[in-house]
Design a protein around this ligand. Structure first.
Ligand code: GTQ
Length: 344
């Protein structure tokens, strides 16, 4: 590939004339914008151990009352993007949120899509679009774009969950904003009770639900049972994984980020091929080594890590006799919709 001209090769008066007119020469930056073969990535493979994060989150509970925080969150920020930019990857925001017994995080709605993966504690709930969603370890609760949501806690111990939002992308699009609301009236019924089993869906006389987001809560007991059944049903299956989908359409549960649960059999090593989207791993059960970009993270329960796109990731269940279960979030729906998704 031939060398392209540098900015310094141009006379200063010419550069000044360009700058005054808001003009920029392309060729000095062309290779940085369109590097050969593989994109430039700021995302660094990063591990956030829960054991080191949790005491600081509990300390935030002492230092900052909920009224002064609205959402009491420590953001899992990727150093490669600059901590102040609060991104785990180009499109993924991660935050660990703490809610103490009796606390209330008031109702609002916003343009970015969110999900919560419950990490620890019982008794808290999120009310989304009038549906009260109880929170238990491993449950996935959707807060899709534009839906009212608020968090409450009737239990006796701190509750912690992982927030996964497409905030960095929506912010970059200059489309991120919120609206505060009033306490929601809780409606009867819940999507996870109505859409109980794969293969059958609720039908009113002859019409199906027209809700864009029919299911807001995906209980961990159901996702786990599906994985265990898959592994038993097909003992040679390598990738024992489920995708969280909209049960009416079969599409990804949300528009921009994808969500999955993966089971690793005892002693199993699974290599995920290099694909364009970045991804995040959160360990629900067991002990898993995650290797990517020349690093290995020894994940224990409640740990979270991320990997940039275009890199293979190898997962190893460290236990010889117990399965391991991970929650995965990635940017696949975004890449697919934009036509840039690829596997190497
Ligand atoms: O719980 O609504 O981590 O609005 C960031 C923004 C959580 C929330 C976050 C939010 C929320």
């Amino acid at each position: 590939m031939n060398e392209l001209g540098r900015l310094e090769d141009l006379p200063q008066d010419y550069r000044d004339d360009l700058t005054k007119l808001n003009l920029v020469p392309l060729w000095p930056s062309l290779r940085a914008l369109l590097p050969p073969g593989v994109p430039a990535r700021a995302t660094q493979a990063t591990h956030w151990p829960y054991a080191t994060l949790k005491p600081l989150l509990l300390k935030a509970g002492e230092l900052t009352p909920i009224e002064k925080a609205e959402r009491r969150v420590l953001v899992l920020a990727n150093p490669g993007h600059g901590l102040e930019n609060m991104k785990a990857s180009p499109a993924i925001y991660l935050g660990m949120q703490l809610l103490l017994p009796g606390e209330w995080a008031p109702s609002h709605r916003h343009t970015p899509n969110a999900v919560r993966m419950i990490v620890e504690g019982e008794g808290a709930y999120t009310t989304v679009d009038g549906e009260k969603c109880p929170m238990s370890r491993g449950d996935l609760i959707l807060t899709p774009t534009g839906l009212w949501h608020e968090h409450g806690h009737d239990g006796t111990n701190p509750v912690v969950w992982l927030d996964v939002l497409d905030l960095p992308l929506v912010y970059y699009m200059e489309a991120s904003y919120h609206i505060n609301g009033v306490r929601q009236t809780v409606k009867q019924g819940s999507g996870d009770r109505a859409w109980t089993r794969a293969g059958v869906v609720p039908t009113q006389v002859f019409s199906r639900s027209d809700k864009r987001y029919p299911m807001l809560r995906y209980p961990w007991v159901d996702a786990r049972a599906a994985l265990v059944a898959m592994a038993e049903n097909e003992p040679d299956l390598d990738c024992v994984q489920v995708t969280y989908v909209n049960p009416e359409t079969g599409e990804d549960a949300e528009n921009i980020l994808g969500f999955y649960a993966l089971m690793l059999k005892p002693g199993q090593t699974l290599t995920l091929p290099a694909r364009s989207p970045s991804q995040v791993f959160h360990l629900i059960e067991g002990g898993v080594d995650v290797s990517t970009c020349g690093k290995t993270f020894a994940l224990v329960e409640a740990d979270t890590c991320c990997a940039p796109g275009y890199e293979p990731v190898t997962l190893t269940n460290r236990s010889a006799d117990q399965p391991a279960f991970a929650f995965i979030a990635d940017e696949s729906p975004l890449h697919r919709k934009l036509g840039v998704y690829e596997t190497r």
